[in-house]
Structure formats: structure tokens, C-alpha cells
Design a protein around this ligand. Structure first.
Ligand SMILES: [Cu+2]
Length: 315
């Protein structure tokens, strides 16, 4: 084959192949765009799967001895039932008793973890209370009627579910919630400036008021998940709640708990125990828990039986 003929053949070959290559390349870049769009725009499918209790928690339970068989009971010493409190600071004092088997709330300074009490003002996310020897301060509480719910919890935030563990009171705050006003104790003493760092455990609370809750009616108290989940703690994530005045189907009752993550299909919990879900992707998610009656209808109780929380996953 002559040199020129060979070159000509090469040229022809190029003429045929080049557009194909171009179209292939552009097709590729189209599909690359599509992929990018799926990642950025609406959250991609997040197939969550139910997984067993994580091994690291099973190991922690073993190391705790009998603690997880404890039946801790709480008494709300303060605020008293239907107490009227002057000022926006509310001192919570609890009495812990019952069959404790070594269970005692305390934050380990080294790990920042430990047994603690979940303290819930109205239907806000719970706050952790570790050292019961000192009162827990609900700060900046808005004027009006409020509910307080408490129950003992483990270092991994799973609640104790025995009779007497959960307590609830209703109280009223007068003149509270305005940071410009001096905060006073319940005997009317003006307290130190709220700007100083208080030595007690406590939390500034955003404004909220009690729902019209009837404590003798079925009540679902949302506990977990809440807040931010990082690294190894971000998968799996536990759903946990407290249930009063209602038995779930799988426990011989007729109620169900429905949970909805983001816009996923509703799922059901038919036994009162924590569940662990795996497969979370980074970003913000909403978790909604609802108590349903035997006909699948939400059970109304002051708006507390349907609760949504936003959580953030950072893996
Ligand atoms: Cu907790």
C-alpha cells in the first residue's frame, strides 16, 4: 500500500469515527449531568433498613452489669403539680428511687457520656439532666401554662420503660420569658444577672406553652432521634419514645406508632421498644412519630401525639 493511500484511509477512518466519538462523549456528559442533578436537587432515595441493636450497645450493656434490668422510678419534687412560678427560671428537682441495680445518672467527664434523665418542656426536644444532686434550670420560660415530662435514660439515650419511670406535671409561669425582665425565684428573690455562666445544669428554652394534654389519655412522648449525628453515631440511628395510657398491637393492645422519615412511605412500630434504622445519608432529615388508634387514626392529645423533629446527619 502506497504511503498516500494509507494516509487517505486514515483520514476516512477518522471522518467516520470522530462524530461517533463526539456523540458518545456528549452522551456521557449528558448522563454525568443527570447524575449531578440527582445528587444536588431533591434528596436521593434513602433506603432505610431496620437493623438489630448495634453490637457496640450490646457490649456496653454487658459492661453495665444489671443496670439495664433496673426499674428506676422518678418523682418530680419541683415544680409541684399545678404550681405557679414567678419569673422565667423554673427549677426542676427530681427524686430517683426504685430498683436501681446500680443505675445512677452521672456524666463521665472523660467521655461526656453517662446515664441521664430526659427532661421535656411542653413538646420541645428533650434536654439531658445528669447530676440530680443539683436542680436543673429551665431558663427563659415563657409566661403561661406548661407541661414537664421526665424519664430516665441510658448513655445511648434509650429510655427506661418500667412503670413509674415516666412522670409529668403541669405548672404555670407568671411574668416569665422576657430576657429584659429580671429573673426571680419562686419566693420572689431577684436572681443574679442571667448573663453570667450558671454553675447548674440547665437550658434557655424557646417560647412554648403546654398543649391541652390529658395525662390519663393515651400519650406518645417523642424522645429520639434529635439533634446532630456524627461519624459512627450516624448509622444506625435509634427511634425511641415513651408511651402512657396505650398498649401497642404487638404488646397485646390496639394502638400503633407510625413513623415517617422525610417524605418516605409511613412505617409502623407495633412493639414498645427502640428500633434502629440504617442507611441515612448526609444532610437534614425529618422524623415524625404519631400514635394511631385501632382504626389507624391519629389519637389527639394536646397535639403531643404527632411530633416531627429535624435531625442532621454528618458522616
Ligand atoms: Cu439522652
Amino acid at each position: 500500500m502506497g504511503k498516500y493511500k494509507y494516509l487517505l484511509l486514515l483520514l476516512i477512518a477518522f471522518a467516520v469515527v470522530a462524530p461517533l466519538v463526539a456523540s458518545f462523549a456528549s452522551g456521557n456528559s449528558d448522563s454525568a449531568n443527570t447524575t449531578a442533578t440527582t445528587i444536588v436537587a431533591p434528596p436521593p432515595a434513602q433506603p432505610l433498613t431496620l437493623v438489630p441493636r448495634p453490637q457496640k450497645i450490646v457490649d456496653m450493656m454487658k459492661a453495665r452489669g444489671e443496670q439495664d434490668d433496673a426499674k428506676p422510678t422518678l418523682k418530680i419534687v419541683s415544680p409541684g403539680k399545678n404550681a405557679v412560678i414567678n419569673g422565667s427560671n423554673v427549677e426542676v428537682k427530681l427524686d430517683l428511687s426504685g430498683d436501681l441495680k446500680g443505675y445512677m445518672p452521672h456524666k463521665d467527664p472523660a467521655t461526656g457520656k453517662g446515664n441521664h434523665i430526659h427532661v421535656i418542656l411542653d413538646n420541645q426536644p428533650y434536654e439531658a439532666y445528669y447530676e440530680l444532686g443539683q436542680p436543673f434550670e429551665l431558663r427563659n420560660v415563657a409566661a403561661g401554662k406548661h407541661t414537664l415530662r421526665v424519664f430516665p435514660s441510658r448513655p445511648w439515650h434509650e429510655s427506661y420503660k418500667n412503670t413509674g419511670a415516666f412522670q409529668m406535671v403541669t405548672f404555670t409561669v407568671k411574668g416569665g420569658g422576657d430576657a429584659a425582665k429580671p429573673t426571680t425565684t419562686n419566693n420572689g428573690q431577684t436572681m443574679a444577672s442571667p448573663a453570667t455562666t450558671p454553675p447548674r445544669e440547665g437550658k434557655d428554652f424557646p417560647a412554648s406553652n403546654a398543649g391541652d394534654v390529658n395525662p390519663s389519655k393515651p400519650l406518645l412522648t417523642y424522645s429520639r432521634p434529635k439533634g446532630e449525628y456524627k461519624g459512627a453515631d450516624a448509622d444506625p440511628i435509634m427511634i425511641d419514645f415513651w408511651l402512657t395510657g396505650a398498649k401497642l398491637k404487638g404488646d397485646g393492645g390496639e394502638y400503633r406508632v407510625r413513623y415517617i422519615v422525610d417524605d418516605d412511605e409511613p412505617k409502623f412500630i407495633d412493639k414498645w421498644e427502640p428500633i434502629w434504622l440504617s442507611g441515612w445519608i448526609n444532610g437534614k432529615h425529618t422524623v415524625r412519630l404519631e400514635l394511631l388508634d385501632k382504626d389507624g387514626r391519629p389519637v389527639e392529645n394536646g397535639g403531643y401525639n404527632t411530633t416531627s423533629r429535624e435531625i442532621t446527619i454528618v458522616k
